[in-house]
Design a protein around this ligand. Structure first.
Ligand code: SF4
Length: 649
């Protein structure tokens, strides 16, 4: 039987296990990336593992999420990251050089290689045939030390693209259509592999917009085959020699098939406040818009901004609307400036931001209260923009620019008809991606040879071995779809403590209940209860590390998001699945006791755990964990376990 492209790449990198869906496999990692909010812990953990130098083919550290260096803490973090990259042998992309996914795509992403990144949108370079997976920071540290990465073998789903996108529809609309059909849970445990005649109609940047937002489907990864378009993109980036031809076998068997006819895709938006809340723009036309933002790792490329620039040429942004362009990389900014588009957009009333994540996580450009913001980003979770009652619509650059011109949501096809002289901008790559490379420090140009830590930089916390008893109060009962943004918000006032776990943990789940952290400390720990898809969203391991610091020993949830569940194991917190009835019955404040001897049950491979509530009623909770994950739990987390293993080697 033939193999899918995903299976071929995994097979090439397999070090443990079989390629059976649901089985845990260990794979060799070729490249790793870290961004600044997760990166400090990546390197502090690398230091705690007492490793000397990066063992992967390539490691890259980016400074992208928080580049507005409001106070010394942030600047210190960036200096620490530069020193860690220099000390251990990684590339260092300086603050302002751009978002990790964009800069990695431009400089390093390579077909057929594996990439592990401490950011949930790491799958972005799947658009050029790289198998890229997002993971927690500790997994990155271990992979960087040469250890395999363990993941559940995903099901591979064939997304067959047919036809060609019509004018005014874009790659963003393709992935919004996928979200409309499949929801934010539709990709859990899956890799979406794009095939079919529609593939060759899409350029690499369009493909990476689709693979980027595979993350919003909950997918492990998304990938395209390589072809002339891939070769052409790498050539324009000056990396033609990295091209490798990759395709699934003709008789490859997929777990499922989804057919998307590109010619039927129309301009869409995701309404507040979930990326799968997707409707045609026409359904919400007329909604007044106060802010428009074009940029992010989804649509921050030169090619993404150009359509908006062309639509604005000779026009003006509506007087009540503010439009901001935040390019995804300095390369994009440079080319736009050199070609005169920056001046053209400025003349139309657009403001420019440096190349940063910033506004995507509520750092800068926070919308005004009770107003609509239309963004080309990938997430619109409630409060993520920096204001609790936000109203963020996700859209393509064409829909965003149309909203800026009209001052309200409008289908760009209708706007073109209304204006008479507005032409569809199409999608174009620059002749050559010739942005400067001065903002990447190569390992052999390193300016630091030892770690430089400011006063806000602590050390990586190391957990305690699992005990026999888990007993405590339900400190918080939460609903479905709690995101890692709920657990540890990524806003600037909080994020600045990312290298200082004691301080950061004070903000744990503060968006759900601002008394939680103090109550946990007072109670000396306890358990959490949640509904479905607990921990969806970003890969940030602080969302497990801080609860661990507060003494949380178990999370009882109806289901868990993939990366967060791995992070719970990594930090020694027991993730137990409960059924809907138990979830309904259990209340905040209840006393919970796991009757089973937990340490022994975890060690012996037990899957069912009896939970006694208020000494009154009992329920069964399930532990779905591999042998390896059980060993991690027993040890009190992956850091302690890996240290012990390294010592005994
Ligand atoms: Fe940055 Fe937003 Fe992309 Fe995350 S989703 S990498 S915060 S631009």
């Amino acid at each position: 039987m033939g193999q899918t492209l995903t299976e071929k790449i995994l097979d090439d990198h397999l070090v443990e296990g079989d390629l059976e869906p649901g089985e845990e496999i260990g794979i060799e990692i070729d490249q790793v990336l870290a961004q600044d909010t997760t990166g400090t812990m990546v390197w502090l953990q690398f230091e705690a593992l007492e490793l000397d130098e990066v063992q992967t083919e390539l490691a890259a550290q980016y400074c992208d999420h928080q580049t507005y260096q409001f106070d010394f803490k942030n600047t210190d973090d960036h200096r620490f990251l530069r020193s860690a990259a220099g000390t251990y042998g990684a590339y260092f992309s300086r603050p302002g050089n751009g978002i990790c996914h964009n800069v990695h795509k431009e400089n390093f992403a390579a077909p057929g290689k594996t990439l592990l990144g401490s950011d949930s949108h790491t799958p972005t370079p799947g658009g050029l045939g790289q198998l890229a997976i997002g993971a927690g920071g500790l997994d990155i540290s271990v992979a960087m030390g040469g250890g395999p990465y363990y993941v559940e073998m995903p099901e591979v789903v064939n997304v067959r693209l047919e036809g060609e996108l019509p004018e005014w529809s874009s790659a963003k609309d393709v992935i919004l259509e996928m979200l409309r059909r499949l929801s934010v849970k539709g990709g859990v445990g899956k890799v979406f592999e794009y095939t079919g005649p529609g593939v060759e109609t899409l350029s690499v940047p369009e493909r990476t917009t689709i693979t980027n937002m595979g993350t919003e489907l909950g997918a492990t990864s998304s990938i395209f085959p390589t072809d002339e378009k891939t070769k052409d993109y790498l050539d324009r980036q000056g990396r033609a020699d990295e091209y490798v031809e990759l395709a699934p076998d003709e008789d490859a068997e997929y777990a499922d098939e989804i057919v998307v006819d590109l010619s039927e895709i129309e301009p869409l938006v995701a309404k507040p406040s979930m990326p799968d809340n997707v409707v045609p723009v026409r359904e919400v036309a007329g909604e007044s818009v106060e802010q428009v933002m074009v940029g992010s790792c989804t649509n921050g490329g030169y090619e993404d901004i150009l359509p908006a620039a062309k639509m604005l040429e000779g026009r003006e942004v509506d007087m009540k609307t503010e439009m901001i362009v935040a390019p995804g990389s300095k390369q994009a900014s440079e080319i736009l400036a050199r070609e005169g588009w920056t001046a053209e957009m400025m003349a139309a009333g657009v403001n420019f931001s440096e190349a940063t994540c910033g506004a995507c996580i509520g750092i800068g450009h926070v919308p005004s209260s009770d107003s609509v913001s239309v963004r080309t980003f990938n997430r619109n979770f409630e409060g993520r923009s920096g204001i609790e009652d936000d109203s963020v619509f996700l859209a393509s650059p064409e829909v965003a620019a149309a909203a800026a011109i009209k001052g309200e949501l409008v289908d760009p096809r209708d706007l073109a008809e209304e204006l008479g002289d507005l032409e569809a901008p199409g999608f174009e790559l620059p002749e050559q991606y010739d942005g400067s490379k001065t903002d990447i420090i190569e390992p052999d140009e390193a300016v630091d040879e030892e770690l430089v830590k400011g006063p806000n930089i602590g050390s990586a916390p190391i957990g305690e071995p699992l005990e026999a008893d888990i007993e405590g109060e339900v400190l918080l009962k939460m609903a479905d779809n709690i995101t890692t943004d709920h657990i540890i918000p990524a806003t600037s006032d909080i994020l600045k403590y990312r290298s200082n776990i004691e301080k950061l943990s004070e903000f744990t789940l503060s968006r759900v209940d601002d008394t939680f952290a103090q109550r946990s400390l007072d109670a000396d720990g306890g358990v959490l209860v949640a509904g479905e898809n607990y921990g969806q969203g970003s890969s940030r391991e602080h969302a497990a590390m801080c609860p661990q610091f507060l003494g949380i020993e178990a999370v009882l949830a109806e289901s868990f998001a993939r990366i967060h569940k791995a992070n719970l194991f990594n930090f020694g917190i027991l993730p137990l699945a409960i059924d809907e009835e138990t979830y309904e019955q259990i209340e905040q404040g209840d006393d919970v006791e796991i009757v089973t001897d937990v340490a022994e049950a975890v060690a012996s491979g037990e899957t069912e755990f009896t939970v006694r509530v208020n000494d009154d009623w009992e329920a069964t909770a399930e532990l779905d964990a591999s042998e390896r994950e059980r060993r991690i739990l027993e040890a009190g987390g992956k850091l302690r376990l890996t240290k012990e293993q390294n010592r005994s080697d």
